[in-house]
Design a protein around this ligand. Structure first.
Ligand SMILES: [Zn+2]
Length: 405
């Protein structure tokens, strides 16, 4: 990660209500030093002379949002967006790429995207050597020659500081008639490396059921609430029971909204029955950005709309994905902790928006990022709005900045 410009100085976040930070939900001040570490958190803190100040009364402050499923190998794949499109300016401090790169092209992803980014970027390495170079046109898993176990292990070992797991896409459009074998091979490699496996489920074969039977605690199923025929957990009671059991055993159900993988109906039924997603993620790429994912805050608002409690929505967008990629989740407000926060509002509103099935719903509450704190860096954040992004960049009312106070 590149440092922010040195002129930033101390920062006082005044009066935001903490959520998912392990302290009571009462308005709290957070003082961040010029070095990007928390100095103190509490009531009535005074800002040092010349400090920047964010008046955040009425807003919430959480750990920086973590998007566990994105595609940001921009220029190296035909599907990726720039990390900045889904990063700090959308309230997201950590962007996790879900298998855009494989072992053959990870070095470019690292040099040109991961290392220069202001966001923290972590990656699941695709088990297919070529990754998503020409996504869904040239499959990364045509047959066993698409996988090089030795080189994949070597790539992970050389990049353990940024690779957080192995990714495999388990659906018919990618695997053709190859079946479940690539998932088994990917699981074996992940097991050798002692890293989680993230599996994309979608159009069978393989069956969602078969995938779950291979996974173990700590692994991630992304697109958990997809509505595809043969791939939905609410059309088959045996699969629903299996998903419940697996979630109870520590397999992580991840939303991974995407252009084709989130159904309001499936999410609503599952949540009403008590099956929450472990993590909320967007699966943002250049085919899902405008149709119909938009950004992390909008995806979180969709989960709120289908009945997930507010505090669970925030935890599933912060602490839960942080635990998947190995970031510390305790003591985030303790003196000396690195400051990474998202300041956001929860407002009554009305937004008509579709899921991946084209079914529309009206969201009556929106979570809107206002500021992102990344170390000593302070970035204005806003929601992305398809086809009217410029208008959406307007500042929200609840937390205006007054520099130098
Ligand atoms: Zn994806």
């Amino acid at each position: 990660m590149l440092p922010f410009p040195p002129e930033t100085g101390p920062l006082l976040i005044a009066g935001a209500t903490p959520v998912a930070l392990g302290v009571p939900s009462v308005p709290t001040d957070i003082l961040v030093g010029a070095d990007g570490a928390v100095v103190a958190a509490g009531q009535g803190l005074q800002a040092p002379e010349g400090a920047r100040r964010v008046d955040a009364a009425g807003a919430f402050v959480s750990p920086g949002w973590v998007d566990l499923h994105t595609h940001v190998w921009f220029g190296g794949t035909d599907i990726s967006i720039r990390a900045a499109t889904c990063g700090l300016e959308r309230g997201v401090t950590t962007v996790v790429d879900a298998g855009s790169a494989g072992e053959a092209n990870f070095h470019g992803f690292r040099e040109y995207v991961i290392d220069p980014a202001r966001e923290r970027i972590r990656a699941f390495l695709n088990i297919g050597s070529i990754g998503l170079v020409a996504c869904n046109r040239v499959s990364e898993l045509i047959d066993i020659r698409s996988i090089d176990i030795d080189r994949t292990i070597a790539c992970v070992e050389a990049n353990r500081d940024v690779i957080c797991g192995i990714k495999v896409r388990a659906s018919h459009v990618i695997l053709g008639s190859w079946g479940i074998t690539p998932v088994k091979v990917a699981k074996k490699v992940a097991k050798i490396l002692k890293l989680p496996l993230m599996v994309h489920v979608g159009e069978p074969p393989p069956l969602y059921d078969e995938v779950l039977e291979i996974l173990t605690a700590g692994d991630v199923v992304t697109h958990c609430f997809n509505g595809k025929a043969g791939g939905s957990i609410v059309e088959d009671e045996d699969l629903f029971s299996l998903a419940e059991r697996c979630a109870g055993e520590g397999i992580r159900l991840d939303v991974g909204h995407g252009g084709a993988s989130f159904s309001f109906k499936v999410a609503e039924i599952a949540i009403a029955r008590g099956l929450m997603p472990f993590s909320i993620s967007t699966d943002l790429h250049n085919r899902s950005l405008d149709n119909p994912v938009w950004d992390m805050g909008t995806t979180m608002s969709k989960l709120l709309a289908v009945g997930m409690p507010f505090d669970k929505v925030v935890e599933a967008s912060t602490l839960a994905p942080m635990s998947v990629i190995g970031l510390p989740t305790d003591g985030l407000l303790a003196p000396g902790a690195r400051a990474e926060f998202t300041i956001f509002t929860r407002d009554a509103d009305e937004l008509r928006i579709a899921d991946s099935m084209g079914h529309e719903a009206v969201l009556r509450e929106l979570l809107t990022p206002c500021w992102t704190v990344m170390g000593a860096g302070l970035v204005r954040a806003s929601s992305y709005r398809a086809a009217r992004a410029a208008a959406a960049a307007a500042a929200c009312d609840d937390c205006a900045e007054a520099p130098g106070r």
